[in-house]
Design a protein around this ligand. Sequence first.
Ligand code: DPM
Length: 378
Amino acid sequence: METKSVVKVGSRKSQLALIQTNTIINQLKKLNPNLSFEVISMQTTGDKVLDAALSKIGEKNLFTRELELALEKKEVDFVVHSLKDLPTALPEGLLIGCIYKRDSPYDAVVMHPSNAGKKLEDLPEGSVIGTSSLRRAAQLARKFPHFKFENIRGNLNTRFRKLDEDNKYSAIILAEAGLHRMGWPDRISQVLDKDTCMYAVSQGAMAVECRNSDPFTLSLLSQIHHPETVIQCVAERAFLKKLEGGCSVPVSAFSEVKDGKLSLTGGVFSIDGKQGRIEYACDSLPESIEEKEKPTVSPNGPREFAGIVGSEKVSIATLEVAQRVGLQVAELLLNTEAKEILANAKAETAAAVIAEKQRKDAEKMKNEAEKPQANGIS
Ligand code: DPM
């Protein structure tokens, strides 16, 4: 096996991405003091397109494509992601080599300074809540039909500035994990429980993507693979994969590993939140979640579950249960009105993608028409 003394790590340039990348590197450094790590940071499409809601851009791997290309070209050895931004199907040859212990998976409310100390239930009718997550808007519209939900984009720093300075939003909704990682826990007014807003699949978990043909990196990453997180994320991602969902549809999840059992609750909502359906499944996990059963390695690389490597830390039997629970919740939903709710939500987002593209094209034409004409005289 090829060994390395310098490991090259790809990252997005945003502050949150760099913090996440450094968290993983620091853990690996502690365990491998002889290794050194070089961070190579780059912008992704998602970082460049800042004016449209994610769901309207109409591409799946917005925040990951450029980084995955660098992996494929061997310019980097691994890339740290928020697992919730990684599509359930990864490019051929790449896989999730580890998932780090999950932080809070819940969503949190950040209030405009004039509402400091308040909760969502204290805000008056017509309050504007900033979020570009269809999942958050749909679920919150069910609880708080008297609010308006409006898009807010940009990285976390930009969103905070927009919230505090634009005086447009009464509050914005963000992942609690991201707020903690950025060092802003004191701006959290309220953490939303599962009855108010179930989280996104894999929210709060960081995943490391690498090449499936790179045993050195795979074995390095396996040191920080976190069994309980892996079990939950395999179930949640298998669920999302079966629904063919992504950030373009309001799909949410809640999972637990407790008393030797794994349970998963999954929800599907209409864009306006008026319709919704929630289903649940639970199964016993094989005795120990830390069984040391070798993963099956085929000529195509290690065995994977919803893109996640089957490692020595979590047995294949356990991951099979997790995958089954995820599929079961998806199947229960698809046997109900959720099937139609989901299809309609997908059609609505697809139409919004086209409308967004037309808006962009019209804007471009307008800008070009307004450009001073070159008259050929120099
Ligand atoms: C995805 C969504 C959002 C991100 C959609 C969703 C939020 C978009 C928005 C798939 N990715 O959650 O329903 O609010 O406009 C993202 C964040 C984190 C990872 C920030 C956030 C940090 C937390 C984590 C953006 N991706 O959700 O507030 O590691 O899970």
